[in-house]
Design a protein around this ligand. Structure first.
Ligand SMILES: Nc1ncnc2c1ncn2[C@@H]1O[C@H](COP(=O)(O)OP(=O)(O)OP(=O)(O)O)[C@@H](O)[C@H]1O
Length: 290
């Protein structure tokens, strides 16, 4: 299966530049987490990749082929919100049937299993569903279409903790039974860390992180101790932010620690989790320069 790649992708709405010079390569059979603050452009990026919107500038390639709007590999790339194209008065069963026709095939067995697991009656109409159930239904359909690249835009929006956990299990199960690429855009970062292999972070219109989860976690540190020692140790490293509590000074780093630099006894260095790293990376006014 080919890569899906963007080169110098730009998206503007009027004067607002939402995506600026995005160079991204999505690989087959990988689960990506797409993170970013509200309104940063996650949905816009997914929608351009799925050919639901056009970029203002730049190129999208499918393997070696430059995609124009017309030759987009429709049944290979699926965006969760495609369901919005259907009539909201339709019953869920009808939407499933029409999606199966449009997409060429459909995993009906998985759909039935998930409808039962989430206690969702397929005789209901789409516009009768609550926010959470609408998200569940869209995600069920997205997991059952034959696409190789599936974009899940906030698949846990409005779901309670039990259903979120169940949904993550189904995403993993779907992946294990038929590996494909999922890009999961979400705000619930601490939960997604167990699901994704690769992390993408959008901030101020740019892709500031494009790394394996392992690499991201390995580069995320908190360095604490007396201010002078902390500052000295962190010289020339990529500092995301700092805070002073009494005499304890803490600096957050996103960098590889230099092997040759001696760590003074009075410094404590430990790793921070994905959520904390994300907050520091995307805090307005932080010193981040990735
Ligand atoms: N059709 C449009 N016309 C004008 N501006 C738009 C349009 N679609 C999106 N925008 C703007 O582009 C920016 C990015 O929106 P987008 O929905 O992609 O962000 P997001 O990261 O998915 O946000 P959230 O996490 O809040 O869902 C926002 O400022 C939004 O107002």
């Amino acid at each position: 299966m080919p890569n899906l790649q963007t080169t110098q992708l730009i998206k503007q709405f009027g004067k607002q530049v939402v995506l600026d010079d995005i160079n991204l390569t999505l690989k087959p059979n990988t689960i990506y987490g797409l993170l970013g603050r509200n309104g940063v452009g996650k949905s816009t990026l997914l929608s351009i990749l799925a050919n639901h919107q056009t970029a203002s500038l730049g190129e999208i390639k499918w393997g070696d082929t430059v995609l124009t709007g017309r030759d987009h590999p429709l049944q290979t790339i699926y965006l969760m919100s495609e369901i919005n194209l259907f009539n909201k008065d339709d019953k869920l069963r009808t939407i499933i049937k029409n999606t199966a026709l449009l997409q060429g095939s459909f995993d009906h067995a998985l759909a039935e299993e998930m409808l039962t697991a989430f206690d969702l009656n397929p005789k209901k109409k789409l516009n009768q569903l609550s926010t959470g159930y609408r998200t569940i239904f869209k995600t069920i359909v997205a997991l059952c279409v034959p696409a190789e690249y599936v974009f899940l835009d906030e698949p846990v929006l409005g779901l309670d903790a039990n259903y979120r956990s169940l949904l993550y299990r189904y995403i993993l199960q779907a992946y294990e039974s038929r590996p494909r690429t999922f890009v999961v855009a979400t705000h619930i970062i601490e939960e997604i860390a167990t699901l994704v292999e690769h992390v993408l972070v959008l901030n101020d219109a740019q892709l500031i992180v494009d790394d394996d989860l392992e690499t991201v976690l390995a580069k995320s540190y908190r360095v604490s101790g007396p201010e002078e020692l902390v500052r000295e140790y962190c010289t020339d490293l990529n500092v995301l932010g700092s805070q002073q509590m009494g005499t304890l000074y803490t600096v957050y780093l996103y960098d590889v620690l230099p092997e040759e630099r001696v760590i003074p006894d009075r410094l404590t260095i430990d790793h921070i989790d994905l959520q904390e790293t994300f907050i520091k990376l995307t805090n307005k006014g932080s010193e981040a320069h990735v």
